[in-house]
Design a protein around this ligand. Sequence first.
Ligand SMILES: Nc1ncnc2c1ncn2[C@@H]1O[C@H](COP(=O)(O)OP(=O)(O)OP(=O)(O)O)[C@@H](O)[C@H]1O
Length: 225
Amino acid sequence: MESHIALRADNIVKYFYEPEKFQVLKGISFEVKKGEFLALTGKSGSGKSTLLYVLSTMDTDYEGQLHLNGEALTGRTQNQLAAFRNEHIGFVFQFHYLLTDFTVLDNVMLPALKLNKKSRAEIEEKAYQNLKLLGLDGQALKLASRLSGGQQQRVAIARALINDPAVIMGDEPTGNLDSKNTQNVFEIFRELAHERGQTIIAVTHDEDFARNSDRIIDMSDGLIV
Ligand SMILES: Nc1ncnc2c1ncn2[C@@H]1O[C@H](COP(=O)(O)OP(=O)(O)OP(=O)(O)O)[C@@H](O)[C@H]1O
């Protein structure tokens, strides 16, 4: 795979078997460049979330080939994939899944403590840098539950960035936010892509958000249109 490609999907096919056999992804192929900000759009039920879960390596029940950062991901064990994900992919969901009884700082540090490649002091420094980038440096020692929805979503982004992932994936990352916070998250994603070379793949229903991304992949009925 060429070195400027962050992710490549080749002919991804997936079925669901309940309540009856149903082909949800019908042969999806595309590449995403390093530093590209991609929006994944399409009507409800078109298969966006299903595709994102395949791309994220969380769902391994598919046919086809997936390469991320030049590495083939097909045929690995669940443990190998979990380790790969923690190091190379950051996730931001519509609902942030923060540990609300922990501080903001603890939440952001957690994936790096799990990865266990840096000292606690280095991780803490990186966490403070991320919080600063997201305008949250004054909030580090508060409980996550004490922050507003928009602030919590920014904490989730700071957490997603802690291991410097090559790819950041979002499933409706602004779905729960007002227009001001949506704009804010959009600007952060753009900066990560264009200034740091991180690749963003975000499922979104927000037309403005999609229109301002670098490229839209529009899905319909399990296919890219
Ligand atoms: N676990 C599952 N078992 C069976 N069918 C499923 C399952 N998950 C999703 N589906 C079906 O697969 C299709 C695609 O779902 P998916 O959630 O990927 O769509 P989407 O484009 O993300 O929709 P939305 O925009 O509403 O989130 C839908 O018809 C959905 O009902």
